[in-house]
Design a protein around this ligand. Structure first.
Ligand SMILES: [Zn+2]
Length: 107
């Protein structure tokens, strides 16, 4: 998985993806071969805000040389986790303040 910056949140990422403004690497990070267009898979993204949980497309491109497929994950998501970075930071700050429950997301 290769992180890409395409906005700080799900809404701006979806707008960039829909408009074709995602800037994806063209060379395979493993072998330097050319990456070609392939498609996408869906990932969960949980902002725990007004939009809540959404399924978002994640672009994928296989390498023409080694055959590995690179997935381009938005920078606000971590591999194998659906909670976006901003929500994770709010959770961490709430735990640091001693919040042990109650309202989610913590303010
Ligand atoms: Zn490769």
């Amino acid at each position: 998985m290769i992180p890409i910056f395409a906005g700080p949140d799900v809404r701006s990422y979806l707008a960039a993806e829909k408009a074709g403004r995602l800037r994806l690497p063209r060379l395979c990070p493993a072998c330097g071969g050319r990456l070609w267009g392939h498609g996408c898979c869906e990932r969960g993204a949980d902002e725990t805000g007004p939009c809540g949980y959404q399924r978002i497309p994640v672009r994928r491109r296989p390498s023409s040389r080694c055959g590995r497929t690179a997935s381009f994950l938005p920078s606000f998501l971590r591999p194998y986790q659906s909670l976006v970075s901003a929500a994770r930071q709010r959770l961490y700050q709430g735990l640091r303040r001693g919040c042990r429950g109650g309202r989610w997301p913590p303010r």
